[in-house]
Design a protein around this ligand. Structure first.
Ligand code: NAP
Length: 466
């Protein structure tokens, strides 16, 4: 019988959690998974929610279980699996039936899929918050035609996280706008995580703090301006003990971080857009570098261990907290700046304040600061976030702490790629007369590219001689 309001394909970590969330919010959901046994097991384990879930063994059965016009969410790995699934599904669907790709698609792929779908309904939605978010309320960034979003908005809003009762699910714009915003979210996430890891490094190697003391510090910061999911879990990670050895969990984890590509996509896209996001770029580079463990060990053997240890009075924990506050503002300012550039370049009119709002709950970068960021962007979405009065005041109070932290870390051989990139961005953005006049002189010297003069006029050439 066709009773289900929505379908979910892919019962992996995210799809299973999302299907339960949909059922939990009172919607009947039909599910299908490539490996049929998983579907059965999923249904058996669904407990009270099983009555709202229709498990299906074939795509035909899934389609037959859905009310018309149908809406089917794909939660499969990004890339070929999505195209294959669309190709398998489309011939079974009617002209008004909608496919929604909720995986981490590259937004260029979503642009293409929207084009290929033509008049057939298709949405690309970014879903953030990991398994827990998918189960109990993710942040959802929608892209595609607004009319298609409106058809399923009541379900997506119901299952999303809420901030003061407001759903963290918003339509971002046409085509791949939702997946684009999700990619920038992930880029910011990389930088936020990297900055926290850098401060952790100072506490561990510079100040010789125990994991317990580090955990307590993060827990304390989680009660102040830095309050956020990432600070909270960093404290919990630092507090955990390895059951096998009794050592701090962090001490038994290999120092090489993986990535699935969304941070890299953000950085590549930022280069295409000429959008300066140095802290995010530095964070992606840091992950790449982290995987070169043998080379790093060889470097340490060749050049010797850096001094690292610093007397306790060198940097106070309050200074580190302030440095992280400044770094965080600068990293978000870069991310929102990139979104603004993309908005112009792609003609999307991306809603910057609404983006800050959907990130306030449910997603990995949720933080107390996003509330003020949403207000600042609502006041003036075109202004660099670091210039908004609230954040300008915070940066005025904290940038010297960031400077001290970066300087002391440099003196003690501790690498802070993201925090130092943040500081360089801040200093560049507060320098009215920079040094690109030298670049222009060089370019004109070797390539006769011409330059603009301070006293007016374009296309001048210098008296360089030969
Ligand atoms: P997962 O646990 O590995 O599950 C993947 C699911 O896709 C499984 O149900 C699998 O079916 C199915 N699948 C794999 N290849 C397929 C194919 N070629 N055709 C049809 N079905 C296929 O992955 P996940 O973590 O749920 O991630 C799903 C999507 O969400 C990805 O795009 C991911 O990037 C995105 N995402 C993940 C997270 C996260 O925290 N995990 C957060 C946000 C977004 P079988 O059971 O048959 O293998």
């Amino acid at each position: 019988m066709s009773t289900a309001e929505i379908g979910v394909i892919g019962l992996g970590t995210m799809g299973a959690a999302l299907a339960l969330n949909i059922a939990d919010n009172g919607f009947d959901v039909a599910v299908w998974n490539r490996t049929a046994e998983k579907t059965q097991k999923f249904h058996e384990d669904a407990g009270d929610l099983a009555s709202r879930i229709t498990p299906t063994q074939t795509l035909e059965e899934l389609v037959a279980a859905l009310k018309e016009p149908r809406a089917i969410i794909l939660m499969v790995p990004a890339g070929a699996a999505v195209d294959d699934q669309i190709a398998a599904l489309r011939p079974l669907l009617g002209r008004d039936d909608m496919i929604i790709d909720a995986g981490n698609a590259n937004f260029h792929d979503t642009n293409r899929r929207v084009r290929e779908a033509g008049d057939l309904p298709f949405l690309g939605i970014g879903v953030s918050g990991g398994e827990e978010g998918a189960r109990f309320g993710p942040s959802i960034m929608g892209g595609g035609k607004r009319v298609y979003w409106d058809r399923v908005a009541h379900i997506l809003e119901a299952i999303s996280a809420k901030h003061d009762g407001q759903p963290c699910a918003t339509w971002m714009g046409e085509d791949g706008a939702g997946h684009f915003v999700k990619a920038v979210h992930n880029g910011i996430e990389y930088a936020d995580m990297q900055m926290i890891a850098e401060v952790y490094g100072i506490m561990r190697d510079g100040l010789s703090m125990t994991s317990t003391a580090i955990a307590e510090t993060f827990a304390k910061w989680d009660k102040g301006p830095l309050r956020s999911y990432l600070i909270e879990i960093s404290g919990k990670v630092a507090a955990a003990t390895d059951p096998a050895t009794g050592q701090p969990m962090l001490d038994v984890i290999v120092d090489a971080a993986g990535q699935k590509g969304t941070g890299r996509w953000t950085v590549i896209e930022a280069q295409h857009l000429a959008a300066p996001i140095p802290a995010i770029e530095a964070a992606v580079v840091a992950r790449n570098l982290s995987s070169q463990r043998d080379a790093r060990a060889a470097g340490e053997a060749l050049f010797g261990t850096a001094p690292r240890h610093m007397p306790h009075e060198t940097l106070s924990l309050a200074t580190l907290e302030q440095a992280l506050i400044a770094g965080k503002i600068l990293c978000y300012a870069q991310g929102f700046g990139m979104i603004e550039k993309a908005s112009d370049a792609f003609g999307w009119a991306l809603p910057l304040p609404a983006i800050a709002e959907v990130w306030r709950e449910g997603c990995i970068i949720r933080s107390a600061m996003l509330d003020d960021m949403a207000s600042a962007l609502r006041e003036n979405p075109d202004r660099n976030l670091m210039m908004a009065p609230k954040f300008a005041a915070l940066l005025t109070d904290t940038h010297n702490a960031l400077r001290q932290t970066v300087a002391q870390a440099a003196l003690h051989g501790l690498a802070l790629p993201a925090l130092s990139s943040g500081l360089a961005y801040f200093d560049a953005m507060r320098t009215a007369r920079g040094t690109a006049n030298m670049i222009q002189g060089q370019r004109d010297f070797f390539g006769a590219h011409g330059f603009a003069r301070m006293d007016g006029g374009e296309g001048h050439h210098g008296p360089w001689g030969s």
